[in-house]
Design a protein around this ligand. Sequence first.
Ligand code: ATP
Ligand code: MG
Length: 256
Amino acid sequence: MAIWGVVNQKGGVGKTTTAVNLAAGLAARGLRVLLVDADPQGNATSGLGIDKSQIKNTLFDVFQAFYDGAENAKVSNETILEVSDNLHLIPATLDLVGAEPVLLNAVGKELVLRDALETVEPLYDWIIIDAPPSLGILTVNILAACHGVLVPMQCEFYALEGLSQLMKTIDVVRRRINPRLEIAKVLLTMYDPRNKLTQQVSDEVNAFFGEKVSKVAIPRNVRLSEAPGFGSPAVNLFPESKGADAYMRFVAEVLA
Ligand code: ATP
Ligand code: MG
């Protein structure tokens, strides 16, 4: 059983695309997967074709229950949507922005997600958590709940900017809350080998993270950006595309 958070406080680096395709790819390989959308933008939720206006319970209800003093603010069955047999989802909508103020002065606010997932953990082989582009309380909850951090890095200018902040946050959470926390993988996204800058960023990332960097780089591929509009992960919808192929090779590497 593994819990990975897909984390990078930089926006638009491919967190959600990675979380959705990794989750769907693992499910396609026969593993039981729970994808947790922990971003108020709810991109993973809509990327899986869930109509947000029809959702009754979201991740926010867990935080609300904690705030209300529920004895155990657990993830309930009503919160989990069955996208397919092997792929389940805890959805998010904009109401999740309320988690931050709700938790502000609460004791134990870093552990809400970890405790909430405890009861459902045995039902899954993998739990993948999609993070928002910030290092706020939601991301700290993710880091407290997961075993491994998957860091997508976009091969563009400023890719490594803010990296020290991320590493510092991971370090603090490891020392104070979650000793097993480690960087599991660093994944280069929107990779374009013809672009000199891509090569430069890739060299820098390799120098910094060494063997943590995945052998697979995800190419810039339009199918990956089109798939969410159809409400289905590219690995399912466009399996022949270069992007889906790269994500499936990444899945194989993760499982190896
Ligand atoms: P946010 O920080 O806002 O949550 P994110 O890190 O989750 O963003 P994504 O939403 O996955 O990033 O990707 C940002 C945009 O880039 C999206 O429009 C997505 O479809 C597109 N995109 C992601 N990866 C690729 C790729 N390899 N090739 C082409 N487009 C991509
Ligand atoms: Mg996202």
